[in-house]
Design a protein around this ligand. Structure first.
Ligand code: RFL
Ligand code: PHB
Length: 389
């Protein structure tokens, strides 16, 4: 089999790239290790920047997001027993949208199916080859049979544990990492959200986040020790701990119920440089990871594939390599700003084992400054709604 762009990974990065390339008349094939149901079952991101929604619109996959997504004009910061609103739309003119990653993935999968594009799920032993030549190819096995996909370019959209980045020789890549000494315990419940906007809470017992998937489905997160297991967190314990970390009004308004999903995720920041290796390009989590505090992971995957699809279009339409030559620097410039923002939000809102009373007071001073300074709250807002691209 032969295609122009072989895409490894059918997460949001791979699926969106596939549709953007299709819109530009560039044929592509996606190779995905898992089944479609497995990919759809991963409960992850929930918050989309306007730029991400615009890309869904561009590929004709934004209709349901506009119908079912919840548009938010601000967030709330809770600390010292009170809540303070950051009016993001007033500060930036922009909003964010609550629309789950599972829904984004489903909409993109359906668009791909409707366009009749080839996706090979349950592809085993996927391996990129010869990307330092003009004739790259990807080998894989399906139902025990060996196959090969010849292509012009390979897009590594296979997440943080994928094969693309791992197949680059160590001397060609530089990585930057910060591991945080805690995780996020998340639950999903069929209950109305405690507030109509997100609440990010800094508390002496640890961080808490109240978010949602719809007007009747809530998502809550608690900072927890890295060693904790979900068996240690029956629903009652989760709700009790969440209440301890919220203000009195939120406790009164909170509707609890059985969890329908529960998971623990470690937090880390990671960047690989560069994002291009000959004819192979990395995009999304394959190239970088941010802690979820800034809600940037999925949105960065979208901006990466936006840049990458324009670079490929330039190559095919104008026979110019300028776009593909500039991809890594362009993407990394936006990536690092989101890495900084996510690290900063994480640092300000979580309880660190070694912070002491001094560190806790500095966090409160910073939060107090944020909610009382127009300059500071505007800076938070413009990063949260997404830097332009
Ligand atoms: P994905 O989604 O991991 O998809 C990669 C795909 O590649 C496949 N794959 C392979 N296929 C073939 N061969 C191989 N060898 C392969 N290895 C892997 C995988 O099966 C998979 O289908 O990466 P992508 O597309 O780059 O998308 C990134 C996002 O998923 C991620 O950044 C976000 O989920 C991060 N994130 C959030 N991002 C936001 O923008 N807003 C949020 O509110 C937000 N909240 C979150 C989050 C991530 C979280 N966790 C669990 C880390 C909340 C949480 C708790
Ligand atoms: C989510 O809805 O899952 C979510 C929202 C905002 C974040 C992280 C996660 O910062």
């Amino acid at each position: 089999m032969r295609t122009k762009v072989a895409i490894i990974g059918a997460g949001p990065a791979g699926l969106l790239l596939g549709q953007l390339l299709h819109a530009y008349g560039i044929d592509n094939v996606i190779l995905e290790r898992q089944t479609p149901d497995y990919v759809l079952g991963r409960i992850r991101a929930g918050l989309l920047e306007e730029g991400t929604v615009a890309l869904l619109d561009e590929v004709g996959a934004g209709e349901r997001a506009h119908r079912e997504g919840l548009v938010h004009e601000g967030i709330e910061l809770a600390f010292g027993g009170a809540r303070h609103r950051i009016a993001m739309k007033a500060a930036t003119g922009k909003t964010v949208m609550i629309y789950g990653q599972t829904e984004v993935t489903l909409d993109l999968m359906n668009a791909r199916k409707a366009a009749g594009l080839t996706s090979i799920y349950q592809a085993a032993d996927v391996m990129p080859h010869d990307f330092d030549t003009d004739h790259p190819r990807v080998s894989y096995r399906r139902d025990g049979v060996a196959h090969e996909l010849a292509c012009d370019f390979i897009a590594g959209c296979d997440g943080s544990h994928g094969v693309s980045r791992a197949s680059v020789k160590a001397s060609a890549i530089q990585t930057f990492e910060r591991i945080y000494p805690f995780g996020w315990l998340g639950i999903l419940s069929e209950t109305p959200p405690v507030s109509h906007e997100l609440i990010y809470s800094n508390h002496a017992r640890g961080f808490a986040l109240c978010t949602m998937r719809s007007t009747h489905r809530s998502r809550y997160y608690l900072q927890c020790p890295l060693e904790d297991r979900i068996e240690q967190w029956p629903d009652d314990r989760f709700w009790d701990e969440l209440k301890r970390r919220l203000d009195r009004k939120a406790v009164d308004d909170l509707v609890t119920g059985p969890s329908i999903e529960k998971s623990i995720a470690p937090l880390r920041s990671f960047v690989a440089e560069p994002m291009r290796f000959g004819r192979m390009f990395l995009a999304g989590d394959a190239a970088h990871i941010v802690p979820p505090t800034g809600a940037k992971g999925l949105n960065l995957a979208a901006s990466d594939v936006h840049y990458l699809s324009l670079a490929f279009r330039e190559f095919y339409d104008e026979r110019s390599s300028a776009g593909i030559d500039g991809y890594s620097a362009k993407a990394l410039s936006r990536v690092w700003k989101a890495v900084r923002f996510s690290w900063w939000m994480t640092s300000m809102l979580h309880k660190f084992p070694d912070q002491g009373e001094f560190g806790a007071r500095i966090q409160l001073a910073e939060l107090d400054y944020l909610v009382s300074s127009k300059a500071a709250s505007t800076s938070l807002s413009e990063n949260y709604v997404g830097l332009p691209y």
